[in-house]
Design a protein around this ligand. Sequence first.
Ligand code: UDP
Ligand code: MG
Length: 326
Amino acid sequence: MDRISVVIPCWNEEDAIPIYYAEMSQVMKTLGQEADFELIFVDDGSTDKTLKIIKGLNEKDPCCKYLSFSRNFGKEAAIYAGLKAAEGDYVAVMDVDLQDPPRLLPEMYHILREEDYDSVATKRSTRTGEPKIRSLLSKSFYKFINKISRTEIVNGARDYRLMNRKMADAVLALSEYNRFSKGIFEWVGFRTKWLEFENVERSAGKTKWSLKKLFCYSVEGITGFSVAPLSLASIVGLLFCMLSFLLILLIVIRTLIWGDPVSGWPSLACIIFMVSGVQLLCTGIVGQYLSKAYLEIKHRPIFILKDSSEERKEKGNENKDIESGK
Ligand code: UDP
Ligand code: MG
């Protein structure tokens, strides 16, 4: 029998977890004959009752495991920690708010078993229910990143996917600190089938992504999967050199013909502003890459565990040993 591990990042999801577990139980029943499950809830430093609820699930149902971070490390870190802990032959990544419908899982599993694919990924066919400005910014981001990056980042792609052990191991081999899973899943290659589904509204709770967080996430994607912005400085520099050469020629000719009355300081001021603006922009871009490289070479851990179901089990066993006098 196959084992399917499901990695579920949770940050302040006390309302969503019970609804998710009820839905997932149905799916586990459907696939009960073919596979057994391991649900790995990753508590990403929640400040509500999330940890208590997943501990409760772990006591009630041994297939529910949990990892708990010492603080909020972000969804990407939670995915990485979950993948590391997963022991299944197949590994899925899924949000807890039912925006990644668990009912698709049996279909995904059957595709992997019967067809020649290593992973089944999902994308939203619509963005209904999402604020207009957010959709617009997301679309522009995908257009931009796909122009400048060789790794294709699919518009509307969710992190929700099921992959085989080989691909999961490949994803884990990329142990970078600045993680952008949508890019990593594409970068490792393998044959992927895409399933589309209509956007679903959150089952409970609120979205954890503010515009500021989304902006940082997009910078992560761009700096992680393209170095094209670094060439911008050279390109703009070259253009400006050519432009200034033409202007010098123009000024020399004009002075030879009409003499040299002092005028044109406003245009000079504008030019100084523009050029220094472009210089700062380019320095800023270099700074972005430098800061990512800086964080990378510090080799800090991607997450820090405070508690986990494994630890709890070991402690339980130790206590039993003491009681039985071993
Ligand atoms: N999440 C997390 N850590 C974070 C932000 C989000 O573990 O710092 C989890 C969250 O609990 C949820 C999933 O990532 O299970 C997706 O978050 P959300 O639904 O807020 O994102 P959206 O669907 O709005 O893009
Ligand atoms: Mg969501």
